[in-house]
Design a protein around this ligand. Structure first.
Ligand code: PLP
Length: 387
């Protein structure tokens, strides 16, 4: 079988073998319930304890501010619904941005159906939120501001520290969706000044189906999953011990390797962006060039369909995406690309390549070699493209 060049790391990443290694006992002979008081249970409980400290270390939080969940989606749902419920006596206004992930947007829409008002802050042509727009949208009813740390489609990194300051000055809960940044760039909850933060393990070489919510001590948020007394009585359900152990190890490795991976990825990213711009006419890089995730490349190619591009790249052995993983499969153009001002027909021609720690110069060269020919062929077939 030919080698697969995987460039869809924003969708998910491969489990790091070192992570799998530490998970294995908890998938086999260390099967105890972390709540059990006999030794098999205590072993599992101790492993959860260690993982909590490892993740807290990555985020610069304390371990008791970490709540393990099933992933980024649950953490976003919990934070938004929980904070709104806990703070409803102070108001019913939420501020978010137009380019959030569906985990946030759909939850905000749900809140609208339940009596809350939501302001969706627009972004500029690079996908940047202006903190002043958030400041101006605040009313005496605002109880929650939620903004992503970096966008999953176009990679733009948002000014969360400035937004955090605005919220802190006014005692408004600030929630950050850091699913795309955790493990890749610095995510320091103290520096950001957030009250809560969502992350997902499978985006940084940990297992799928596990994530966490950071909730700052003293910040109020109603419990979401009701049942047993796990997670300090805040999030019921038997611990996913192997998953949590994997998330802990992935956090430890991320901290250890972050600088090296960052520098290596950014070189490959910039090389591929440059080559695409030099070899393919009528293309445009989406997202901010500087305030950008180290691994994100997102282009629109005039006159072609992103879906066809993905299929042709797949035949060439390259895994990429058009729009986010969660929206591909639907015919609606990405809300993020529309929010940065692209027309519907332009937004359909997007390609997202997201690099990871195992991508090499060879991978970049393969994409650089194959892509111009594929774009050319699709344009020759396209009634929309005139040279
Ligand atoms: N938020 C962002 C920015 C994401 O990119 C994703 C997943 O792509 C999520 C939330 C949801 O995370 P999960 O699928 O792990 O629940």
């Amino acid at each position: 079988m030919n080698k697969i060049v995987y460039m869809d790391h924003a969708a998910t990443t491969a489990l790091d073998p070192k992570v799998l290694e530490v998970m294995m006992p908890y998938l086999t002979y260390e099967y105890g319930n972390a709540g059990g008081i006999y030794s098999l249970g205590r072993n599992a409980g101790e492993a959860v304890h260690v993982a909590r400290a490892q993740l807290a270390n990555l985020l610069n939080s304390t371990p008791d501010e970490i709540y393990f969940t099933s992933g980024g989606t649950e953490s976003d749902n919990w934070a938004i619904k929980g904070v709104c419920d806990a703070r409803k006596k102070y108001g019913n206004h939420i501020i978010t941005t137009a380019i959030e992930h569906h985990a946030v947007l759909e939850t905000c829409k749900y809140m609208e159906k339940h009596g809350y008002e939501v302001t969706y802050i627009p972004v500029d042509e690079n996908g940047l939120v202006n903190p002043k727009d958030i400041e101006q949208a605040i009313t005496d009813k605002t109880i929650l501001v939620t903004c992503m740390h970096a966008n999953n489609e176009i990679g733009t990194i948002e000014p969360v520290e400035e937004i955090g300051k605005i919220c802190n000055d006014r005692h408004i809960h600030f929630h950050v969706d850091a699913v795309q940044t955790t493990g890749h760039i610095e995510v320091d909850v103290e520096r950001i000044g957030c009250n809560s933060l969502a992350l997902s393990s499978h985006k940084f070489y940990g297992p799928k189906g596990v994530g966490a919510m950071y909730l700052k001590k003293g910040s109020v948020c109603t419990n979401f999953m009701l049942g047993g007394g796990q997670e300090n009585n805040r999030r019921a359900s038997t611990h996913n011990v192997a998953g949590i152990v994997g998330l802990g190890k992935a956090s430890e490795l991320a901290l250890l390797n972050m600088n090296e991976e960052y520098n290596q990825t950014i070189i490959l990213r910039d090389k591929l962006i440059k080559t695409i711009e030099e070899t393919i006419p009528d293309c445009k890089l989406n997202g901010d060039r500087v305030k950008r995730l180290p691994n994100n490349i997102n282009f629109i190619f005039k006159g072609i369909e992103g879906e066809s591009l993905i299929l042709f790249l797949d035949m060439a052995g390259v895994c990429a995406s058009s729009g986010s993983a969660c929206t591909s499969g639907s015919l609606d153009p990405s809300h993020v690309l529309l929010a940065i001002g692209l027309k519907h027909e332009e937004a359909h021609g997007s390609l997202r390549l997201t690099l990871g720690k195992d991508n090499t110069e060879e991978d970049i060269n393969l994409v650089a070699e194959k892509l111009p020919g594929i774009v050319n062929r699709l344009r020759e077939m396209s009634p929309l493209y005139n040279k």
